[in-house]
Design a protein around this ligand. Sequence first.
Ligand code: 13P
Length: 334
Amino acid sequence: MSIDQLQDIAQAMVAPGKGIIAIDESTTTCKKRFDGVGVECTEENRRAYREMLLSTPSLGEHVSGAILYDETLRQAQKDGTSFVKLMEKQGILPGIKVDKGTSPLAGFPGELVTEGLDGLRDRLKEYARIGAKFAKWRAVITIGEDSPSGTCIEANCHALARYAALCQEQGIVPMVEPEVLMDGDHDIDVCYDVTEATLRSLFGALYEQNVMLEGTILKASMVISGKTCSEQASVEEVAEYTLRCLKSAVPASLPGIVFLSGGQSDEAATAHLNAMNQMGNNPWPLSFSYGRAMQQAALKLWAQDMQANYAAAQRTVAQRAKDNGLAALGKWSR
Ligand code: 13P
């Protein structure tokens, strides 16, 4: 596949007023979410839940793509239509999470490195055959007393760049996600410094591995106060810090940046994105790639009564998509 084709996919992912829904929870993470609402984490329940989300009427109006998990990419609707076909009908690009999760980084207690490069070329070949147009790899950077170390940032960014190069080789757009966790009592300035150092390291590594930025999407965490910090930054501060950080570290040739929600409330995730787009004059489209901030309200409803609340849960997802789509244009209001 040519760079033009990768670029077309990347641009479609961040088309005006559209973003991504992340439904790529591994079975372990899905169990955590299902446990929280009293649903048994069986394969059929996972399938039925994802069918409910993906078949939401007109989801494609504000959602350009969905990130799936290996199991989900192979699943189908009750009537036998594959999820990939369903997504094509909805005008939603199929994406796939390809990392294998995090492991403790040896020699650096408390720090994590994402695994999954072994055999990745063959897995990507298969995912492309099934219909995946983009992929996702998430690195986790933890802020602590003495962390993150430079080694942790470097190891994770090296892996992200190796993954991204392999994706492009197979005609798949890499979404690179270095998530700086919100956990901790650090203030927004610390988050700024860690996020900036991580992004600089990432774009250095992508350059070293010959990754074409024109066919790459960044999935970023916002620059935000630690969850337990006594002083919480305002919506305007989060937007201003995040934009300043991105402008200092992310090349303008990138087709777009999408954000993770990372444990923010639905409203905060939308308000922050909206504020960044209202500030305007940004080198890239800024949109969403939310997991929890797209799903959590719908999951609660669906879990209460899978049949009776089916349509209401879908309306809730559609509303979240609409609100975040408006925020991607800076046109959302409470
Ligand atoms: P959250 O929006 O729930 O953080 O999930 C996004 C995601 O894909 C994390 O990897």
